[in-house]
Design a protein around this ligand. Structure first.
Ligand code: 6PG
Length: 631
């Protein structure tokens, strides 16, 4: 509701689309005589309006079953009362929610005057403001904001009507359940029943948190499903891989066409693509959704990367946006990334970037601590300072208290076994990049660094046998290292985003790099100042490689000498710095127009007659290489 020109039709129709309900415009329900009057510029009286309001009230009853959005000025309280009267009389439980789009007269005047080919009568507008009686019980929205934010605000306020079923109450599932409940989203929780191991998990969890007082807990699948209104919305938070398939197999027989399944686990993107296809055949909408931010993120707002059934996305969008982290302006860090397995692919690349970002910090720490003999406190102080600059990131931030942590006076870091574990997403991302033919140097090297760290026994033996002293690095100052770290991060992000671009092209996801960077500005593990800068860079130009974007070129030109120096000095000092050096190697290859790869082609042709292309003529060539003279 609201005055003419406030945006009722635009907002109403888009809201209806998002809610997957029909849209109606009250103007279409006027009688022929009313239309005739209005077309002559004669204002309608309340007597003229009566049959029109009566007809709308009648339709509202029929729409109430499935829901609808109606755009109607409804300026006076008596009109609004008339609209809801039939619903109230018939004691229909469904609620009518008025959404009042509010804007100043001058704002609307300006908007109407700028509309070309639009008849605008200023007297009519001020008469609308004269009779407007602002409602007491409506959702009031500032209609002067942009459409996306208006829609998001309305949907967030309508959330109370949503009901979601969450399956799996591990660490992440529990945090997400509390997050849903804190956003007033109705919840049913399910956790399997394993005698003597997992018994009444849902009910015991509900009992432990007051915010879950209205939540229903189940360990019996059919009762759980029956507690959900149709179309049902199910959120899976179970272990990736075979467990997810087992849960889906148990779930699917209970589902109907139009139901929605959202997998928020760390699934492999090809599994999500497969599940998406299989459920689609049954008319069930499937979403593979990347969720990043760990336990705290899940509770207070994770970064969310939804992929899957685009047509049904408007149905889950309000819920996803409600629980997602918000950026500095309050916009949700949640954007649809593409069909099939796109959401989990993007989450996988997030983790790949995360692996390399962690490794870069670890290598800088390695050089500072073991080659420059800086104390843990000095390194913590230095990182704390860096984190106040453009290098600010969540991962750098958490490293500071890690380095300061003591246990009985002993630095805890020195009590931690130096073998890095992994659950697989780094390796998956590397394999996926290889399949796409994408260079993935930084991330692949970070995965390999974890592999070599895991070979502790071999490392001990190798150090004893080779006994190579770690040289002291007097010649490398901390500012040079800071620039190298900065450059390494730019290259790592370029590699990650190029891989998403390549996958999006191959799988026709039409992913938006700027939106993905925006999703990663808060809530997730790789949130950083750099990520915020990338939103704007990709918004202007997402086609050009990040390292060829003018602002980045200017930065890298400045950083490169320090970067090259840090890597070469580090290697000379026998430091293990695989990701810094992989980044430099990538960059050196990337900036070489005429490379040595012609020799590879010649060798391939020599032993396998694989043929080669030439720079001086078109075609494929094979040579008899045993004669030194070309034939
Ligand atoms: C996140 C994290 C999360 C998980 C990592 C850890 O975005 O919230 O990435 O998904 O903690 O995947 O992965 P590893 O165990 O492989 O280091």
């Amino acid at each position: 509701m609201g005055v003419s020109g406030v945006g009722k039709t635009t907002i109403g129709s888009q809201l209806a689309q998002r809610l997957a309900v029909p849209f109606f415009d009250a103007d279409d329900f006027h009688s022929a005589s009313n239309v005739n009057k209005m077309s002559k510029g004669i204002a309608l009286t309340d007597i003229d309006r009566e049959p029109w309001l009566e007809s709308l009230a009648h339709h509202i009853v029929s729409w109430s079953e499935k829901g609808a959005v109606l755009a109607c000025s409804a300026l006076k309280q008596t009109y609004r009362d008339r609209l809801v009267r039939n619903i109230a009389k018939k004691q229909i439980a469904q609620k009518i929610q008025f959404v009042f789009l509010k804007a100043s007269q001058s704002f609307i005047r300006k908007r109407l005057m700028s509309r070309t080919n639009h008849f605008f009568n200023p007297a009519l507008l001020s008469s609308q403001f004269d009779i407007l009686e602002p409602p007491q019980d409506a959702i009031v929205i500032d209609a002067q904001e942009d459409i996306a934010s208006i829609l998001q605000q309305i949907q967030a306020k309508l959330l109370v009507t949503q009901h979601i079923g969450l399956i799996g109450l591990g660490v992440m599932g529990k945090s997400l359940a509390r997050n849903f409940a804190n956003k007033n989203i109705a919840l049913s929780l399910y956790n399997r029943h394993l005698p003597n191991k997992e018994e009444q998990v849902a009910q015991r969890f509900i009992d432990a948190y007051p915010e879950l007082a209205d939540v229903q807990g189940f360990d019996h699948m059919p009762s759980f499903i029956n507690s959900l209104p149709k179309p049902r919305m199910l959120f899976l938070m179970v272990a990736a891989g075979a467990v997810t398939d087992v849960v889906l197999d148990a779930l699917i027989p209970h589902l109907d066409k139009g139901d929605i399944v959202i997998d928020g686990g760390n699934a492999h993107f090809q599994d999500s693509a497969r599940r998406s296809k299989a459920l689609d055949k049954r008319g069930i909408h499937f979403f593979g959704v990347g969720v990043s931010g760990g336990e705290q993120g899940a509770l207070y707002g994770p970064a969310i990367m939804p992929g899957g059934a685009l047509d049904a996305y408007p149905q889950i969008q309000p819920i996803m946006e409600a629980i997602a982290a918000k950026d500095a302006k309050g916009k949700p860090c949640c954007h649809f990334v593409g069909k099939g397995g796109a959401g989990h692919f993007v989450k996988m690349i997030h983790n790949g970037i995360e692996y390399a970002e962690m490794q870069l910090i670890t290598e800088v720490y390695n050089l500072l601590r073991f080659h420059k003999n800086m104390s843990l406190d000095a390194i913590a102080n230095l990182f704390e300072d860096w984190n106040k600059t453009h290098l600010k990131s969540y991962l750098l931030e958490i490293t500071v208290p890690i380095l300061r942590k003591r246990e009985a006076g002993v630095p805890l870091i020195d009590l931690i076994l130096d073998t890095a574990a992994q659950k697989g997403t780094g390796s998956w991302s590397t394999t996926a990049a290889l399949a796409l033919g994408q260079p993935f140097d930084t991330i692949a090297s970070a995965v390999m660094a974890r592999h070599i760290s895991a070979q502790k026994i071999v490392r001990i033996s190798a150090q004893t046998q080779y006994d190579i002293a770690k040289a002291h690095l007097d010649t490398l100052d901390v500012d040079t290292l800071k620039m190298a770290y900065h450059c390494g991060r730019l290259i790592n992000h370029a590699i990650g985003f190029e891989t998403i671009k390549s996958a999006s092209r191959s799988y026709q996801w039409h992913s938006n790099l700027s939106s993905i960077a925006h999703t990663w500005t808060n809530g997730c593990i790789i949130r950083s100042q750099l990520m915020e800068e990338l939103v704007g860079i990709f918004d202007k130009d997402a086609m050009t490689h990040l390292l060829l974007q003018p602002t980045v070129v200017a930065q890298v030109k400045q950083l490169y000498p320090a970067f090259a120096k840090a890597v070469s000095e580090g290697l000379k000092a026998h430091a293990s710095i695989p990701t810094l050096s992989a980044a430099l190697n990538y960059f050196n290859g990337f900036t070489t127009a005429n490379s040595s790869a012609h020799l590879i082609q010649a060798q391939r042709d020599f032993f396998g007659a694989h043929t080669y292309k030439r720079v001086d003529k078109e075609g494929n060539f094979h040579t008899d290489w045993t004669n030194t003279e070309a034939s």
